[in-house]
Design a protein around this ligand. Structure first.
Ligand code: HXC
Length: 258
């Protein structure tokens, strides 16, 4: 049985890491199951992904410490590489991904959230990279993505002290996009997902690709890339309908991904 539940409705794929008895800690099976579910997302042509954790307390409380405790250096590196390959697959998914952070978001959990495009959190969420307190470094991209997301100084503070931060601070430093009361989190995420589903899919995918590729390069190369993606939208049925509807002062008919 998969440890990652998958539901698809109205173009929105909801992925739920389902190990609540261990606060959804990431063991090898969760990582493998997540990878398989990401393949389904692509095969089913989902338009948006919501990624969350099962239960009341936790998004993901980190990589599974009981699985990692006795690893040799070589085995630990392989475990890190497995997680990194799955997180990179998530990050490179063609469609937008929203982490719905309903509680503990620690270590590998924070690294998983950072591999999504957008992070929405409940007011009781707790964030951190506690690895140095366990005698290890972050290992699923935390030393790389955190600095890119919130800046080097704050990333160093979080990674070097191992201190947790609450949702309000996570919001103030840009680690999350928005914070909601617990019961409002999922509806808010679903509304955001629905807003994205209603937009032109070709344009949404091109926007994500331009951002993801451009952020890794110099500004001139990034702008050149954007021009290519911008041009590639033209001539699509959705571009013609979107612009025609504007000029005719009416709402566009639903976009067709064509
Ligand atoms: C394995 C975990 C776990 C984890 C929680 N559990 N986190 N098991 N790995 N990361 C298990 C507990 O052992 C316990 O199982 C059950 O979940 C409930 O947890 P409690 O500790 O009883 O809950 P609570 O008292 O509410 O404390 C919650 C918590 C604490 C503060 C989140 O569980 C905690 O500190 N967890 C570890 C957080 C962490 O250090 N994460 C980073 C891991 S390193 P039992 O069987 O006792 O009920 C990492 C590296 C990534 O992520 C890179 C790898 C390459």
């Amino acid at each position: 049985m998969s440890l990652v539940n998958y539901e698809l409705a109205d173009g929105i794929a909801t992925l739920t890491i389902n190990r609540p008895e261990a606060l959804n800690a990431l063991n090898s099976q969760v990582l493998t199951d997540l990878s398989e579910v990401l393949d389904k997302v692509v095969a089913d042509k989902a338009r948006v992904v919501l990624l969350t954790g099962a239960g009341e307390k936790s998004f993901v409380a980190g990589a599974d410490i009981s699985e990692m405790a006795s690893l040799t250096p070589r085995e630990a590196q392989a475990f890190g590489e497995l997680g990194n390959s799955v997180f990179r697959k998530l990050e490179r998914l063609p469609v937008p991904t929203i982490a719905v952070i309903n509680g503990f978001c620690l270590g590998g959990g924070n690294e998983l959230a950072m591999s999504c495009d957008i992070r929405l959190a409940s007011a009781n969420a707790l964030f951190g990279q506690p690895e140095v307190g366990l005698g290890i470094t972050a290992g699923f991209g935390g030393t790389q993505r955190l600095a890119r997301l919130i800046g080097v100084g704050l990333a160093k503070e979080i990674l070097l002290t191992g201190r947790n931060i609450d949702a309000a601070r996570a919001l103030s430093i840009g680690l999350v996009n928005a914070v909601y009361e617990k019961e409002e989190l999922l509806p808010a995420a679903q509304k955001m997902a629905t807003d994205i589903v209603r937009k032109a899919p070709i344009a949404v995918r091109a926007t994500k690709a331009a951002l993801n590729l451009g952020i890794q390069t110099d500004i001139d190369s990034g702008i050149a890339l954007e021009a290519v993606y911008f041009g590639s939208c033209f001539g699509s049925e959705d571009q013609i309908e979107g612009m025609t509807a504007f000029l005719e002062k009416r709402k566009p008919t639903p976009f067709q991904d064509k």
